[in-house]
Each structure stands twice: as C-alpha cells, then as structure tokens.
Design a protein. Structure first.
Lengths: 380, 391
C-alpha cells in the first residue's frame, strides 16, 4: 500500500503550482472576476498548452492519457490559486463526450483540448436535482409534440430551461441533458441555434460565470442526439464521478489555502500585546482546520484512486463529496472567524475562496444529496 | 498511489488468517472488560502464549529480539485481522506495544535480556504508571517520588487510570527524582515489580459501571537501581516516545470494532420498525447512517495514510494526534447516532446486553484518555503548525 503521490505526480503538482504563482496571482483573479466572462483567451490557451484540459482523457482525442489522480493534482492547485474560468466545466463536458465516443467526440474534442473549441454542460434544472430524473425533467425533446425521435431527421425540437450552466455564454457548444419519453438523452447544441437564449444569472462565485439557458423549439437533428437511455445515464454518471473528483480536489486546494492563510495570520496578528496564535481558542480553530484539510486529502486521493482502478467508484466519490463539501464550509467559517474583522471585508482575499467553496459545495450535489445516495447503497 | 496491499502484505495477511482460523479460541462468554474474574485472565494469558508459540507475538519487533520484523502496514494488518477473527483481547498490549519498544530504544543490555523474552512469551504482563490524581494533562507535574537509598530507589506516591494493574507483573513507572529543576527535567523512568512490598491496587469504577482502570498506591516501595530505564532525570523523553507509539498504534484495532458496531446498527435499521415503518426507510435515519459511514471511512483512510507514511520510513510524529483526535470524537458521534436511531430502547440493559448504552457512556472517556482532545489540539497547533506555546 502506498497512499501518496508518486514522483511524477509531485512534479506535476509543482509545475502547476509554479504556473499559477507566476501567471495567475490573486490580482489577476480579481481583475477577471470583474469581467463578464471571468476568462481570458490568452490564459485559456496557455492552460490548454500545458495540457490541463482533458489531461485524463485518451490520447486518441488529443488528451494526455493521464488518470484521475493527475486530474486531481491539477484541480487542487487551480483551486488553491482560485483560478477563474471554465476549467472544471470544460473537463466535465469533455469527459462526458469522451465516454460517449463516436463522431461528435472525434470532431469536437481535439479543439477542446487545444483551447480553440469551448464546450459546457446544461444539466441542472430549477425544480430538478443532480439525480436527473427524466420523468420530472422540464427540458424535453419531442417530435413536434409527438413522443418519438426514432425516424425524424430535422423535426425534433427541444423545449425547456436549464440553469447554473457554467460559462454558457463563452461556449461554442452546449451538451444538454434532456428527457425524452421516460428516458434521459444527451444532446449537442451549438450556442448559435435558433430558439436558444442564454441569460447571465450572477451567482455567489464571481470567478465562475453561470447562465440560464432557455430552449424554445430548438431544432435538433438526429446526429445531435449523442446517447439516450441507459447509455446516456451511464456516460453521465461516469463523467460526474470524474468531475466530482475534480471539484473535491479543487475544494481541497481551497482548504490548503484557508489553513495556510489562517495560520500565518494568527502568527502575525497581535491583540493584547501578543500574537493571537498564542491563544488556545485560536490554536484549536487552526488545529481543526488542519484536521479537516488532512482528512479531505485522504478522501480525495481515495476517490481519485478508486476511479483510476475502476473500483466501486460511486461509493468512494460520494464519500469524498459528502466529507469535503462539509469540511470546506466548516473550514471557511473557521477561517473567517479567526481573521476577525478583516476576514469579513471585500479587500481581503478570503471571500473569493469562501464563495468558490460555497458554490462547489452544491455543485454535483451537496452532502445531504450524496448521503442519501450512500444510504441507498448501504440500506437499499 | 496504490491502495492495494502489496504481494508481500497479502501473503502476510493470508498466512495470518489461516493461522487465526485454526487457533482463535471460543469467545469468553458474556465478557465485558473490567468485569473479569481469574478464569478470564487465564483465558487471555493462554492466548498470549498461543500467539507466542505460533510466532505471532511481537510482530513488529525486530527479528533480533524475537519478533517478526513486520512493517507498520503489516502490523496494522495483524491488529485488524486479530480483531476480525474475534480473538481474545490482547493482554500483552502494553508490554508489547509500549514497554518493549522503549526498552529496546533506551534499555541496558541486561534489561533487554531480562525483560524482552518474558514480554513476548506472555510470562510478564505490564502496566503503565503515568497519570496521577493531580497530574492529568499536565503529566510532567507528577509527584510520585523516588529517593535514592543505597542500591535502591524508595518510591512513594499514587498513580491512577492504570489498565491491567490488578494483574500486572511489572509497571513502567514515571517518578520524580529531582524537585530542584524544571518539572520536565526531574523525572525518571523505573521498571517496578508489582509484587514488591508496598504496592497496592484498587479498581476505579467508571461512569459506564465497569472498572477498566485502577488506582495504584506506592508506599516505601524499594526498586533496585538496575531497574532504572534510560538516564536519570531523562524519564520525560523516555515516556514521550511511548505516548507517540500509543497514539499511532490504536487505529487499526479500534477501526474493526467500530466497523462491527456499524454493522449491527445497520442490521437493526433493516429489521426494526417505529410507528410501523422500518428505521431504514426514515429519511433522517438514512442521513445519519450515511454520515456515520462517511466518518468511519475517513478514519480508515486517515489511518492508512499515516501507516503508509511510517512505512516509508517517516517516524510517527505529532500527526498521530490527528488520528487520536479524529477517532475519539468520531466514536462519540457514532455512539450518539446509534442512541438516536435506536431510540428509547437503547438505554435498556436488557436490549443487546446493554451494549449501546455502555458504548455511549464509555465513549465519553475517549476524548480524555491518552491525552485529551484539547491537549491533542495544542500539540497540533504547536508542533505541526508551529504556533507559539500557549501555556
């Protein structure tokens, strides 16, 4: 048993960390979050050049062919630097496309990996959940009102609404999760399609932009239907597991930042003529931050490894999402409290991480959601 | 990263499993620690000797001292498998896990030859005399005195929270040998024969009703000077090595017992009803069970990560405090979860032999024994995070 990063993985970690330090200081994060897109083409192309988009995906599509552990390493460092933009959503979408395969994957993925093609996923609905029950899905594919898609070529239409779609405005293509009859289907939709309206809906985390997508009789050709039924469900689940490892790793990076920043502050801030880090109440908050961070690391690495080994990844990933989602919230609260007044200001960087953490807590389902999934696995 | 056991580790586990399958005795009927009679102690002693005979005593001890030279991971496999096989409680745990390694590290050649073989074979059972009524978290303030008198120390004082003292043959005892220096610098470690005149023990009854610990009284107890372990007045450092070991070692075997608790709780959820509905169908129960599962998994993973670190040659350090802090608080939450799910019934001694109420009460001690949670947090803050000393 060897429960640590390998040498090459540690080198990768160092190179991402160095890149972020050099290219994405927090001043740049702040500048980007004030823009409409929170992304910068030159930065995106540089990240693509580093191979960080689709690094875990097959070389046949232009990925690096590395695994979920390497993906986790990169995500953690990007989280630690609070890197803005669509890295996470792009990797989720790319994973979904790659797991479906076929001509659309071959067509789109090389461009996704080199940074020239932007994709995202429109999945969540306001009255749905991350379990994507087709029976209650508002966004539906239909054949001009009739209930079949089997023979039609151009007459399928999509109606409905998705929300919390990351970086939809900056994307060239949306991958859309929709209901058809009593099944799920996955569609690819150019953002320029007739009947598609994308509206900005600013969220708590300004470093990642989220949008509402309204579909009003959007025409869907048969070749835009990537998968349906069990195939769609499986591809979606698989891609979500990968993306959840990435988002948990990102939260782990946030935890590391919170721990380091809070301990440094406690060692330098003086009250009552002594550093506040000499008070046990403050020390104990820092010790709890350490415990949360180290435990989150165990959970994240285990999930990444389980995914890599094709073990019971559903369970390992759910365990990680439950633990890390709760941990990063508790840690954020401890960090703000330990900082006192300065931690509550816009001026301090803490709120950037705090808000990213809050958004990540819900992304792909919060702890309560995944506890119920685990209960299903344990109790039936 | 590879969380699978290596072929060597698997071989070790398989060999152990088949030995256990053939050698673990029938469980002692109705036993709960502290409620033991002489027959039970013999049962434990027999088991220690059986382990020794099979070559499974002192698995982590170096081969030169009669051990198996097992790696930290193999040692944890050993502890987990022994617990899974429902083998008797490890009678020699203090001798094997704490006293032996300390003697190996700082003992004289004569002490090694005299004590180590008897620890391994189960001939000598050890206890550990550390805490005192007025020295708990501030252990270094201990006041049990040892005064040199010719070729002996004369010991006077009292220890408390001493496991196995009522049947132990020997005691690893921390005593004050110099009152004129800083408290950490006047402590010496002695190896004391528990049959010496002037040693008496009294069981200490806990809130859970049983007596897992003892008070030990020393009145003019004469200890030969060759039984001083390590240097005079260096006992604090000698004792600390042992405490670090204690924190790092506990993980593997307690995990198995929590796993078993969880299994029993899940079984109840699947079969017991409240107001006509299975517990397993109650959304709140489901949340609580899943949360307990997550926390237990994290305990396993944190332990494995720490083991993997020591396997790579890094010595067990203050990070052991994370494990101790985590499992002790987790066990209290787990116990409460069980009480909450089982409801009114769980307080009854007639339900599951009173085990749920017992483990709920017993778990309160977890965040106190072996260093309170507050002390663990101090250690983490000072020694891992480099924050200033706070007391």
């Amino acid at each position: 048993m060897y429960f640590d990063l390998s040498k090459p993985q540690k080198l990768l970690q160092q190179s991402v960390r160095d890149f972020c330090k050099r290219e994405i200081p927090i001043s740049r994060v702040r500048a980007l979050m004030e823009t409409d897109s929170a992304m910068d083409d030159s930065l995106w192309m540089e990240m693509a050049e580093q191979g960080w988009i689709g690094l875990h995906l097959d070389e046949q599509y232009g990925g690096l062919g590395l695994g979920p552990v390497e993906l986790s390493v990169v995500a953690e460092e990007l989280g630690r630097a609070c890197v803005p933009g669509p890295w996470l959503s792009t990797n989720w979408a790319a994973t979904l496309l790659a797991s479906i395969g076929g001509p659309v994957a071959s067509e789109l993925l090389p461009g996704v990996f080199d940074g020239s093609m932007r994709i995202t996923i429109a999945a969540l609905e306001e009255q749905g959940s991350w379990s994507f029950d087709p029976a209650v899905m508002e966004t539906r594919l239909s054949e001009n009102g009739k209930k079949t898609v089997t023979e039609a070529v151009t007459v399928n239409v999509l109606n409905g609404r998705k929300y919390l779609v990351q970086h939809a405005q900056q994307a060239d293509h949306l991958l859309c999760v929709a209901g058809v009859d009593d099944e799920l289907c996955l569609l690819t939709i150019p953002v320029a399609s007739d009947g598609l309206r994308i509206t900005s809906t600013p969220g708590i985390d300004a470093t990642r932009k989220v949008y509402q997508c309204d579909f009003s009789n959007v025409p869907i050709r048969r070749d835009q239907i990537l998968a349906r039924g069990d195939e769609a469900r499986q591809a979606l689940q698989q891609s979500q597991n990968v993306a959840m490892v990435a988002v948990c790793s990102e939260m782990l990076g946030i935890l590391q930042w919170l721990l380091k920043t809070t301990v440094e502050y406690a060692k330098s801030r003086k009250q009552f003529d002594r550093v506040i880090g000499s008070f046990q109440v403050v020390q104990h908050m820092c010790a709890d931050l350490l415990l949360l961070t180290e435990s989150a690391r165990s959970a994240v690495w285990n999930a990444a490894w389980a995914l890599q080994e094709n073990l019971d990844a559903n369970r390992a990933v759910a365990v990680a999402k439950v633990y890390v989602s709760d941990a990063v919230r508790k840690a954020g609260n401890l960090a703000v409290q330990s900082h006192g007044g300065i931690g509550f200001t816009w001026e301090h960087d803490l709120h950037l991480y705090y808000k990213r953490a809050k958004a990540d807590e819900y992304l792909f389902g919060d702890a309560t959601f995944h506890r119920e999934r685990l209960a299903e696995m344990i109790l039936g | 990263m590879d969380l699978n056991l290596t072929p060597d580790e698997q071989k070790f586990r398989d060999e152990l499993r088949s030995w256990l399958a053939a050698n673990v005795p029938e469980p002692w009927p109705g036993h709960r620690r502290g409620e033991a009679d002489a027959g039970y102690w013999d049962h434990l002693r027999d088991w220690q000797q059986k382990l020794f005979g099979g070559g499974w005593a002192g698995v982590s001890w170096p081969v030169e001292y009669g051990g198996r030279g097992a790696s930290p991971i193999q040692q944890s496999i050993f502890l987990a498998e022994v617990a899974r096989a429902r083998a008797p409680e490890h009678f020699g745990v203090i001798g094997e896990g704490l006293v032996g390694p300390t003697i190996m590290a700082v003992g004289s050649e004569q002490q090694k030859q005299k004590f180590l073989p008897r620890i391994l074979s189960g001939k000598d059972i050890w206890c550990q005399g550390y805490s005192e009524p007025n020295s708990g978290s501030d252990l270094a303030s201990l006041s049990t005195r040892a005064i040199r008198d010719g070729e002996h120390f004369v010991v006077n004082g009292q220890k408390i929270w001493t496991s196995f003292a009522q049947i132990a043959d020997w005691c690893l005892l921390l005593v004050r040998t110099d009152t004129s220096v800083a408290k950490h610098k006047g402590i010496t470690c002695l190896l004391v024969d528990m049959k010496s005149p002037g040693v008496s023990t009294k069981p200490l009854r806990q809130m859970s009703g049983d007596s897992g610990f003892n008070e030990v009284f020393f009145t003019d107890v004469r200890v030969p000077i060759e039984n001083q372990l390590g240097e005079l007045n260096n006992g604090w450092r000698v004792g600390l090595v042992v405490l670090m070991n204690e924190r790092a070692n506990l993980g593997a075997s307690v995990y198995v017992s929590f796993e078993e608790t969880m299994r029993q709780l899940i079984e109840h959820c699947r079969t017991r009803k409240r107001n006509g509905r299975l517990l397993a169908e109650d959304p709140l129960v489901r949340q609580n069970i899943a949360q307990a599962h997550v926390e237990l998994e994290l305990f396993r993973l944190n332990t494995d990560r720490a083991l993997s670190r020591s396997n790579a040659g890094e010595t067990p350090g203050p990070e052991g405090s994370i494990l101790k802090l985590y499992w002790s608080e987790m066990n209290q939450r787990l116990s409460q979860t069980a009480m909450e799910i089982l409801g009114d019934t769980a307080q009854l001694s007639t339900f599951d032999n009173g085990n749920w109420a017992y483990r709920y009460l017993r778990s309160r001690g977890n965040t106190i024994e072996g260093g309170t949670s507050e002390i663990q947090r101090n250690i983490l803050a000072e020694r891992v995070l480099g924050m200033p000393k706070s007391y």
